[in-house]
Design a protein around this ligand. Structure first.
Ligand SMILES: Cc1cc2nc3c(=O)[nH]c(=O)nc-3n(C[C@H](O)[C@H](O)[C@H](O)COP(=O)(O)OP(=O)(O)OC[C@H]3O[C@@H](n4cnc5c(N)ncnc54)[C@H](O)[C@@H]3O)c2cc1C
Length: 440
């Protein structure tokens, strides 16, 4: 298969990137599972948007403070200043956000935000955004999507990417050669026992980045979400009890029912406090109390949380629910510049697998959908330029389809040993994270 632009991953970053590319380009999107199984569909809380000019300083400060001032200020500036533009795009794709009775957009607040600047669609904001992006992509005749198709290797020669080796839905190994490749493979939660991420998100792009020496950044910065629903079943994805529940007044309690922490602390500090409390109490969870939130608010803003707890035997209107921290988000990733270009020619990375420095050491709640969208659009605009002004080299004539077919035949046996390949990639990523930790 040959394509102009190969996008790997169909979360909000991959889809929005496809929508922003020129319609005369042939675009191929591959996705490891089905189209609805991306973390983008899981985002509950919402998406930050700069309210107005007066919100700029505090949006910047909240993001920097949550990130322990290790953020790239320029990247944060780009994200904040582009937020209105992304919002306008989303509205044009018919994305709906909650509004007041006058039809004005409603904004909510989450931990570590000093202003209400988060747009939401009940507690399924990610699903609302991503399903509308998907619907828009499906209307494009220049885009082909392959589900249950995984990238298992990149085609790389002399620090230039020529596409990917894939395993298709029939478990056949094939090549897709491409002028430009965009990695949009999301987070790394599948590598951890407890994570809110889909289990198939195993940081495959990162493993390949390690393999080919593509620059990485901050890969030991991994966010643990302080409050996921506690269950004894460890094989399931952890269900998130959104930050905005605490923003609306939920309290955390120890085993004796006493409050032990300021619930609106940034995620890393709150996680630390919860883990300390669990150790002190010798428990596997702490309690979250949603009873102060008015019933009407619970039903309109958090229907899925109410439903999930109910299905697991808890009525949030009457009793506390057990919550525990779990791996949630990956701040680090493949190092990219402000147009999402990696250190390899013809290779971009967007969304959670990329690191442009927006989040620093710790992500501010509801900044990741926005960051993914802003920098996916910037990647698309850069790819669309005839001469990017970047170090884009012309593909060498010798690395043709035929060359890559030979490469494929040579490596076929290794690709077929699926389990060994998976373990090898997992080890590559986890070792690299350990090395980064040690180097700090
Ligand atoms: C439970 C939960 C709640 C969240 N809530 C919020 C929130 O309220 N606000 C907010 O801003 N952020 C939130 N986030 C974070 C946010 O959802 C993600 O950071 C964002 O959606 C990432 O988008 P993405 O497109 O990079 O990745 P994803 O949406 O995860 O998409 C990754 C895609 O890559 C594909 N893929 C992976 N590996 C391969 C491979 N080898 N080959 C082919 N395809 C591959 C996957 O199948 C998937 O389609 C939340 C995350 C979770 C888990």
């Amino acid at each position: 298969m040959n394509t102009d632009i190969l996008i790997i991953g169909s979360g909000c970053a991959g889809l929005y990137c496809a929508l922003q590319l020129p319609e005369e380009k042939k675009i191929t999107i591959i996705t490891k599972s089905d189209l609805e199984s991306s973390d983008s569909f899981l985002a509950q809380g919402g998406m930050c948007v700069q309210r107005d000019e007066s919100d700029y300083e505090s949006f910047m400060e909240d993001t920097l403070k949550a990130g322990h001032y290790e953020n790239d200020r320029h990247a944060v500036d780009v994200m904040i200043r582009s937020s209105k533009d992304v919002l306008a795009d989303l509205l044009s794709y018919d994305v709906e956000f909650n509004r007041d009775e006058d039809g004005e957009l409603l904004y909510t607040r989450e931990g570590a935000h000093s202003n209400k600047r988060i747009l939401f669609h009940a507690d399924i904001t990610g699903k609302e955004i991503t399903s509308k992006l998907l619907a828009a992509v499906k209307k494009l005749s220049n885009v082909t999507i392959y589900e249950h198709t995984a990238m298992i290797d990149l085609l790389v020669k002399e620090n230039r990417c020529y596409g990917a080796v894939i395993e298709n839905a029939d478990s056949e190994i094939e090549l897709i050669t491409a002028e430009t490749t965009v990695l949009a493979t999301g987070g790394i939660g599948g590598l951890y026992a407890h994570s809110t991420n889909f289990r198939h998100l195993t940081g495959d792009a990162l493993a390949l980045a390690v393999k080919y020496g593509i620059a990485l950044k901050d890969i030991d910065y991994i966010q643990i979400h302080p409050t996921t629903f506690y269950t004894k079943d460890k094989t399931e994805r952890s269900f998130l009890i959104s930050e905005s529940v605490r923003g609306e007044g939920a309290k955390l309690r120890d085993k004796n029912g006493n409050r032990f922490v300021n619930e609106l602390l940034p995620r890393d500090l709150l996680t630390k406090a919860i883990l300390e409390q669990m150790e002190k109490d010798n428990t596997e969870f702490v309690w979250e109390d949603l009873r102060e939130i008015p019933e009407e608010e619970l039903n309109s803003h958090f229907p899925n949380i109410v439903k999930h707890c109910k299905e697991h035997g808890y009525d949030v209107r009457k009793e506390c629910i057990p919550v525990v921290p779990a791996q949630h988000y990956f701040m680090g990733g493949i190092k990219v510049n402000d147009v999402s270009k990696t250190s390899m020619e013809a290779l971009y990375a967007v969304g959670e697998t990329a690191c442009n420095g927006v989040h620093g050491k710790n992500r501010l709640a509801s900044n990741s959908l926005l960051e993914s969208l802003v920098f996916a659009k910037r990647a698309a605009k850069d790819i669309s330029k005839e001469n990017t002004g970047l170090e884009k080299t012309k593909p060498a004539d010798i690395y043709t389809e035929e060359y890559w077919q030979m490469f494929l035949r040579k490596n076929m046996q290794a690709y077929k040993e699926e389990q060994a390949l998976k373990e090898n990639y997992k080890e590559l990523v986890l070792n690299e994270i350990e090395k980064a930790k040690e180097a700090r």
